[in-house]
Design a protein around this ligand. Structure first.
Ligand code: KE4
Length: 432
């Protein structure tokens, strides 16, 4: 497939932008080849610089649950822009979006907006540390919470020992306060609390883990985390940057009936504009500046254009009584069809799915944590990825990411996708 314009655009970008991209995963390093430069999107479709069209299953890594350039979202952004882009003062739009968030997310009584998910998670753990007066946090292997130093930590030698930096620039002092445990293992969390009594401020978890591919909690796991945090006086933080408003109006906590002490949000909340948020009970959130001593700030936090995009998105969702059911049915149709096709071609695979999130691992599975996810054949994933690109299907350019559907995807899009997958696997089999 001719992507000459993308190739020259990438060469130009690399002369002035680190790695030619503003976020590493966009560089296609995990799948090889030159990244595709997009120039537009509409509904489920992306258009690249060379005139190719793709059915999009990345959707900007989750935000675009309504699809690209949804008319209500575009109209809201344009209207807001005509009144000015930023004032550095409180605006009504922030209050209106905060009211919607508090009405939709079961555990949130107060919220603070940021401009990214990373800011939301960094702020949430600072608040948890300030509130509990403790310093350690627990995260899980394969969990990603943005690029804050406290999260760029690999598991230490033993699961109960302090973490190790997994990026240069992260200090051992920082790593010392992060414990990295296996996901889906409540006993490991209990043991950590026993080994570090009165030291753990918070446990931060993606209730549906979307950054090692999609890995779902075993029955009772989230409830066990809830009980352990309550018992040992730590805050439970649900990182719902992906799952918030994605898997249900009230996110994973609504589906699972487990209420965290703090929730972080992003992606769908901003409808494609930069928005993050963190929230919880009024009692905990009162510790945040200017009410309380825990400092947190942001020049463009609550930006009027971003608030307008978020309001249009959440209002459209709130007014669409059947959207989540339609997304569930469509995503199941895709996953069942892919299962049939991979089975027909004798490809070892397993697919995890919840709501409009899905991921196919090229390993027989089951995949329930990072260790089992890592058994996936990433070399085959790369070949499959490129074969699908050539067939007009845009998948995540990395195995350990999650696929997303939007309300703009149709059964016809699914049929085209399944046909593309079947033809791609035939070509790959012929090349073996
Ligand atoms: P941002 O700072 O990228 O807005 O959000 C960080 C973040 C926090 N929590 C979760 C659960 C997340 O998935 C993310 C960011 N997700 C990645 C994709 N898996 C963003 C894509 C990228 O890094 O370019």
């Amino acid at each position: 497939m001719n992507i000459e314009r993308s190739i020259s655009a990438f060469a130009r970008a690399r002369r002035v932008i680190s790695g030619g991209v503003n976020s590493p995963v966009r560089a296609f390093r995990a799948v090889g080849g030159s990244p595709i430069f997009m120039k537009g999107g509409a509904g489920p479709i992306l258009y690249d610089l060379d005139g190719h069209e793709y059915i999009d299953y990345v959707l900007s890594w989750g935000p675009l649950i309504l699809g690209h350039a949804h008319p209500e979202v575009v109209r809201a952004i344009v209207r807001a822009a005509q009144r000015g882009s930023s004032f550095g003062t409180p605006t009504q739009a922030e209050t209106e979006l905060a009211e919607l968030v508090c009405s939709m997310v079961p555990s949130i009584e107060r919220v603070r907006f940021t401009s990214s998910g990373t800011e939301a998670t960094m702020s949430a753990i600072r608040l948890a540390r300030g509130y509990t007066k403790r310093e350690k946090i627990v995260k899980f292997a394969g969990g990603y919470h943005g690029h804050g130093d406290s999260f760029l930590i690999a598991a230490g030698s033993g699961a109960l020992t302090n973490g190790e930096p997994n990026s240069p620039g992260v200090t051992h002092g920082t790593a010392r306060d992060t414990l990295v445990l296996p996901y889906n293992d409540p006993a490991a969390v209990g043991a950590a609390f026993e080994a570090h009594p009165e030291e753990i401020a918070a446990v931060i978890v993606e209730p549906y883990a979307g950054n090692m591919g999609l890995v779902l909690p075993r029955d009772g796991y989230l409830q066990a985390l809830r009980e352990l945090c309550s018992r040992y006086g730590a805050l439970l933080i649900f990182d719902e940057v992906i799952t918030g408003f994605r898997v249900a109006r009230g996110g994973a906590q609504e589906r699972e009936g487990v209420l965290p002490d703090l929730t972080t949000l992003g992606k769908v909340l901003g409808g494609g504009l930069p928005v993050g948020a963190f929230g919880g009970s009024a009692e905990v959130m009162l510790h945040l500046s200017p009410d309380g001593p825990v400092y947190q700030a942001g020049t463009l936090s609550g930006n009027p254009l971003a608030m307008a995009a978020g309001l249009a998105t959440l209002r459209t969702i709130a007014n669409d009584a059947t959207m989540y059911d339609r997304l569930e049915v469509l995503t199941k149709l895709l996953c069942d069809g892919l299962h049939e096709i991979f089975s027909k071609h004798g490809i070892p695979h397993c697919t995890n799915r919840v709501g409009s999130m899905m991921c196919t691992f090229f390993t027989a599975g089951p995949v329930s944590d990072l260790e089992s996810a890592m058994k996936s054949d990433t070399a085959f994933y790369a070949k499959y990825f490129h074969a699908m690109i050539d067939s007009g299907i845009y998948l995540a350019p990395a195995q350990f990411e999650t696929g997303f559907l939007s309300a703009a995807h149709s059964t016809h899009d699914i049929e085209l996708t399944l046909d593309a997958a079947d033809r791609s696997l035939e070509r790959l089999a012929a090349d073996r």
